[in-house]
Structures are given as C-alpha cells and as structure tokens.
Design a protein around this ligand. Structure first.
Ligand SMILES: CC(C)(COP(=O)(O)OP(=O)(O)OC[C@H]1O[C@@H](n2cnc3c(N)ncnc32)[C@H](O)[C@@H]1OP(=O)(O)O)[C@@H](O)C(=O)NCCC(=O)NCCS
Length: 154
C-alpha cells in the first residue's frame, strides 16, 4: 500500500540522489548536475517553506519517489515528480501525481497546477494525463515543451 509523508531533513541525501539521477537531469530545464552544498542549502530552505508541498512516497516500506507542488504565483502552482530508478515502469507516477494533487488542491482549491514537460518525455506526459491533467498549451516556452495543467474538480 502506498504511503506518503512530508519530506524532512532526514531525506536530504535521498533527494540529492534523485536530483542528480541521469534521467532526472536530462528531463530538467537545467541539465547540469547539482553539488551537495547547493542542494543542502536549497533543501533546508524548501522543507521549511510553506509555499512548497514536498511529499515522499513509499510502498510497503520501499521508498518510491517524490512529488513537489510549489506555489509560484497568486493562483498558480508548479509540480515536479521523480520516481526512484529502481521503481520506474511499475505505474507509480500517475498514482503519486493523483495523491499529491488531491492533497494540494484540498488545501489550495483556487490554484491551477502547471507541469512544464519536455515533449519527448512521453512517459511523463502519459502519467500526468492519467492523473487528470490536460494539455493546456501545445508550445509552452518553446516547441520542445508542453504545458499540462490540473484544477480542482467539484
Ligand atoms: C517520468 C517518470 C516520473 C515516470 O514514472 P514511472 O512510474 O516510471 O511511470 P509509469 O510506469 O507509471 O509509466 C507511465 C506511462 O508511460 C508508459 N511508458 C513507459 N515507458 C514508455 C516508453 N518508452 N514509451 C512510451 N510509453 C512509455 C507506461 O506504459 C505508462 O503508460 P500506461 O499507464 O498507459 O501504461 C519517471 O520516469 C521519472 O522519474 N523520470 C525522471 C524525472 C522526470 O522526467 N520527471 C517529470 C518531469 S516533471
């Protein structure tokens, strides 16, 4: 059974490993790897920031991944997901996205959650669509990126 909790400082190294995972870097807009010092500074601030919902998920005590939903504007939030390399291809992504968006929209019902996804990241696009996101813009900042979004349904 899938469980989740808010990320805390004990997760700093787990998040560091995820952020520097080769596929995570390839699918990010900044593809450079991130130093431990830079990550620790960001993570310490992030877990104490009320505008960021950082959830870490496990299934039968095996850690599977993380979802972060971050308020960026008055009514806009941005979402990010990574699944541990050992747990990919098992259908977890859409389940985690569904749980995290339900949780976020319950607290922030007026917000629209945006996902900026590289068009080539088909696995990710499929996961977001399955979790109730719709394609909002075919060309987001450029031709390589899609904007998917989700709002609270009544
Ligand atoms: C993208 C990511 C979150 C997907 O997680 P996952 O749990 O492995 O995804 P799933 O196993 O649920 O697969 C999602 C869908 O893609 C499909 N899929 C998997 N590999 C595929 C491929 N090579 N081509 C086409 N479809 C593929 C799966 O069949 C599934 O579709 P279905 O539900 O209709 O069967 C994961 O690969 C990851 O962490 N990537 C790095 C970070 C990233 O890209 N984050 C997204 C940017 S916000």
């Amino acid at each position: 059974m899938i469980h989740f909790r808010k990320a805390s400082f004990q997760d700093v190294i787990q998040y560091f490993e995820w952020v520097n995972n080769p596929l995570v870097r390839i699918q990010s807009f900044n593809t450079n790897s991130i130093s431990l010092a830079e990550h620790t500074k960001w993570f310490t601030k992030a877990i104490n920031d009320n505008s960021k919902l950082m959830l870490i998920f496990s299934d039968n005590n095996i850690t599977i991944g993380q979802v972060r939903v971050e308020i960026s504007d008055e009514n806009i939030a941005i979402i990010d997901i990574s699944i541990d390399e050992t747990q990919r291809g098992k259908g977890y992504a859409s389940q985690l996205l569904q749980i995290a968006t339900d949780e976020f929209l319950c607290i922030n019902p007026q917000h629209k959650i945006n996902a900026h996804i590289k068009r080539e990241n088909i696995t990710s696009v499929k996961s977001f669509l399955k979790a109730g996101f719709i394609i909002d813009k075919q060309n987001d900042n450029n031709n390589d990126t899609l904007l998917l979004s989700k709002t609270k349904t009544v």
